[in-house]
Design a protein around this ligand. Structure first.
Ligand code: TYD
Ligand code: MG
Length: 454
């Protein structure tokens, strides 16, 4: 293919320069120029005239809505986050830390799809064909018919997609693919944007269901331009603690299904296995409920997460200590004062230790109610009931304030098998949530009363 010209486009003002500069000559912003391929030159002044005749405008009501043809991947947990399976021409972006299991899951999914009669293609830029073969043996897929292409050059990948016309293709990973049109290195913003745009166009035009694997940055966001997430139909995130074998796959965006849907997997000797009853993960730590433990649902960013809050209240010395891990220490002091003043529970001469299990940091005030209930439970030596959870902000006047997106939190808890919840009045759902008994409270004393009666 003839080498097209490139220029540099400012990500701030959209201004264009023919060569790279540190400072945009149009808006004077620094480091904003990104390499991009020049659009073919505009031909004549009335260049749209002929095009208008070929394009058809239709009334929305007249357009026939066809049901999406979904191809189940054969992995129930993955299908759940995809909204039922892969969609023809749909593009999925899947991100996650290195070594979390992206390649493993996708290879397993491709093999199941191939077995069910779909043609598949696995494009790898990170590992050699031999490494993939080794992995497939480990997964017990020794005789797999999945086609593998070890290639990083965009044009060759597009040509192979064109020639083999697979039903489902995986590109592992988008950061390794590069286009010869651009001089910047693979993985750079310009390359990732350009390659993803070409691959997405190819998927839409040919009807290939495509999965792009994306790296994540140190902060946990998908590496590369944000526009990548806009380009694709579905964005999935792989999450999990490196110390545990459990992995969560979460849908952050899905044009073909619900967002915030999660799929739970366990990494085993033979690859990832779906966990059909994920509540067991969180309840397995204590065979029976123990005093000083209360589960809450936290929503940092867009992802609801169930976290156990632990508290230990023990008789202290002349100057009792207040210690918190993963929670704000000043807030703990404030909550203890509220507990004393409004609920009549005094911990003045006690050491109070609070911990958010699993090394998570919870910065949102929705943890307040769970912290107070865990403290009271430890002080009284009385465990909270099995399957119990609580969330809500607590104010200085003793009121329980709503947490944002309470419904989502409750749905997540119900999905994970929790059965009793104490929540702020304003978070009480209008329609009952199946399997979850909800006690809506307006004040701290009320919450204590509810817990005592359970
Ligand atoms: P991988 O899929 O290569 O991660 P990613 O593509 O997200 O970087 O996962 C590799 C990890 O999974 C590695 O640490 C080994 C582990 N693993 C298992 O525990 N069991 C298995 O059967 C396989 C294939 C990998
Ligand atoms: Mg990989």
């Amino acid at each position: 293919m003839a080498k097209e010209k490139t220029n540099y486009c400012c990500s701030e003002c959209g201004g264009v320069t023919p060569k790279w500069l540190g400072k945009c000559p149009h808006c004077n912003a620094w480091n904003t120029l990104i390499e991009s391929v020049v659009e073919s030159a505009a031909p004549a002044r009335n260049r749209f005239a002929s095009l208008a005749k070929t394009a058809t405008v239709a009334t929305l009501g007249d357009i026939e809505a066809t049901d999406l043809d979904r191809t189940p991947t054969g992995h129930e947990e993955l299908d759940r986050v995809l909204g039922g399976g892969m969609v023809e021409g749909g593009v999925v972006l899947i991100g996650g830390d290195p070594g979390i299991g992206k390649s493993t899951l996708l290879l397993q999914a491709l093999d199941s799809l191939q077995r069910s009669g779909r043609s598949t293609l696995y494009v790898t830029g990170e590992e050699s064909g031999a490494q993939i073969a080794l992995r497939s043996r480990r997964l017990g897929l020794g005789h797999s018919q999945v086609k593998v292409l070890a290639e990083i050059q965009l044009d060759k990948i597009l040509a192979t997609l064109e020639a083999t016309k697979p039903d489902i293709a995986v590109i592992d990973s988008i950061q390794t693919v590069y286009s010869e049109q651009l001089t910047s290195a693979p993985g750079s913003v310009a390359q990732v944007r350009e390659c993803a745009a070409h691959l997405t166009r190819c998927a839409k035009a040919s009807g290939v269901g495509m999965v792009l694997v994306g790296h994540v940055t140190k902060e946990g966001a998908l590496a590369g331009p944000r526009v990548l997430e806009h380009m694709v139909d579905t964005v999935l995130y792989f999450e999990g603690d490196t110390h545990s074998s459990f992995r969560l796959v979460r849908a952050i965006k899905n044009r073909f299904g619900a967002v915030n849907e999660i799929g739970v997997f366990a990494m085993t000797e033979k690859g990832l296995k779906g966990v059909s009853n994920p509540s067991a993960i969180f309840l397995s730590q204590h065979a029976e409920p123990v005093p000083g433990s209360c589960v809450m649902v936290t929503l940092e960013g867009t992802r609801p997460m169930l976290v156990e809050i632990q508290a230990l209240v023990d008789s202290g010395g002349p100057s009792p200590r207040r210690l918190s891990v993963g929670l704000d220490k000043d807030r703990l002091a404030m909550l203890l004062a509220v507990l004393h003043r409004h609920a009549g529970v005094a911990c003045m001469d006690q050491d109070v230790f609070v911990n958010a299990v699993g090394g998570v940091r919870i910065s949102e005030p929705a943890a307040d109610l769970a912290v107070l209930l865990a403290i009271t439970s430890s002080l009284r030596g009385k465990p909270l009931p099995k399957g119990f959870l609580a969330f809500g902000e607590v104010g200085l006047a003793g009121e329980v304030r709503p947490a944002p997106r309470g419904q989502e939190r409750l749905k997540e808890a119900a999905k994970l098998g929790f059965s009793v919840a104490v929540v702020p009045m304003a978070n009480a759902p209008k329609k009952p949530i199946e399997g979850l008994t909800i006690h809506a409270v307006g004040r701290v004393e009320q919450a204590m009363e509810v817990v005592r009666s359970l």
